[in-house]
Write a protein that binds this ligand. Structure first.
Ligand SMILES: C[S@@+](CC[C@H](N)C(=O)[O-])C[C@H]1O[C@@H](n2cnc3c(N)ncnc32)[C@H](O)[C@@H]1O
Length: 320
């Protein structure tokens, strides 16, 4: 399904289903021998929606022969993606815990999807976690967690809103205080926004950030957004779609791309130009730090991304 300016989705549709894919990665990692992160809630979401293609992460060594025939290295690809998701999850976990350790008590998770940090991290007393995503995605998450008797470990405030709309107003109406330092995250979000919407998002984060605020972003390289890179990924998707169809599966989107192929500002540059102290680490370096490696002879096994952290100095004024 191609994207439209005001499209909406539930957890099994369009961009919403990508949150299930990430949950599948976290569930598989949690279930592995030496997990980097533990997310006991991820499998609950997968169980509710039933057996879908994203669950393949969890199968690892028991992949359907049709898929192995199509791509004999699919097992290695899945393992690389699991390592990617695990490293990414750990990066954002550590970001929030470190901000909390330094006294930040207000956190905002943009495009929270099935992220269960409010249910699984040890937040200090007095913390508040705001989660923003499309209404049906948040509804599914909270209903699933409640039906399993899970309770949040901190004050959790869901803010159902489209991030292309006036989300700052919705966030403030939910109790967010822009006078307090905030820890912001944008994980698995930017390619689903146009370049223009990405800039607006960053401007809004900056305008709501008191000195001492921090931000962590999964950013993507210019190469990731290039036409060649999009064409390669689409071609790979077509092949998987054909193989899935042979298995009687139609849960890989039929046509069109969910991502916006538009070159855009690199987040680390944007932050530096707006008064933030910012640094980034390439995804493969981050993975290597966690002893997770990507086979160098498999193209596009993991996204070409950069994990960025920024901090607004306590003493300086931000350029907005
Ligand atoms: C790949 S998932 C990542 C979810 C979560 N951050 C994680 O890493 O598990 C992408 C998420 O972005 C959300 N999203 C994308 N565009 C959005 C928009 N315009 N408004 C609200 N949510 C959006 C989707 O609903 C989905 O939950």
């Amino acid at each position: 399904m191609a994207r439209a300016e005001d499209d909406t989705w539930d957890i099994t549709e369009s961009v919403g289903a990508t949150a299930l894919g990430v949950a599948a990665g976290r569930a598989a990692e949690t279930d592995s021998d030496n997990p980097l992160i533990r997310d006991p809630f991820a499998q609950m979401f997968l169980d509710v929606v039933g057996d879908r293609i994203p669950n393949l992460y969890a199968r690892g060594e028991d992949l359907p022969p049709e898929l192995v025939e199509l791509d004999p290295r699919i097992g290695e690809r899945m393992a690389a993606m699991r390592g990617y998701i695990a490293s990414r999850t750990l990066f954002f976990d550590q970001f929030f815990l470190s901000a909390a350790k330094d006294g930040v008590r207000q956190s905002v998770i943009l495009a929270a999807g099935l992220d269960a940090r409010a249910w699984r991290l040890e937040w200090p007393a007095g913390s508040v976690v705001y989660e923003l995503d499309q209404p049906k995605v948040l509804e599914f998450k909270v209903a699933t967690l409640e039906s399993h008797g899970a309770t949040a470990l901190t004050t959790h405030v869901g803010v159902p809103v489209d991030l292309r709309h006036d989300w700052p107003a919705a966030l403030q109406a939910s109790g967010f205080d822009s006078a307090l330092p905030t820890a912001w995250s944008a994980e698995g979000l930017l390619p689903y926004l146009t370049a223009e919407a990405q800039d607006v998002l960053l401007e809004r984060i900056a305008s709501l950030s008191a000195p001492g605020s921090r931000v962590a972003v999964e950013d993507f390289t210019h190469e990731f957004f290039s036409a060649e890179s999009f064409a390669r990924r689409e071609e790979q998707m077509q092949r998987y779609r054909a193989a899935a169809a042979k298995l009687g599966r139609t849960d890989i989107p039929e046509s069109g791309n969910l991502l916006y192929e538009e070159s855009r500002t690199q987040v680390v540059d944007w932050l530096a130009a707006h008064g933030w102290e910012a640094a980034g680490i390439d995804a493969r370096d981050l993975m290597a730090r966690n002893d997770r490696h990507v086979p160098t002879d498999i193209e596009d096994a993991t996204p070409q991304s950069i994990f960025v952290e920024g901090m607004l100095p306590v003493q300086s004024r931000v350029t907005r």
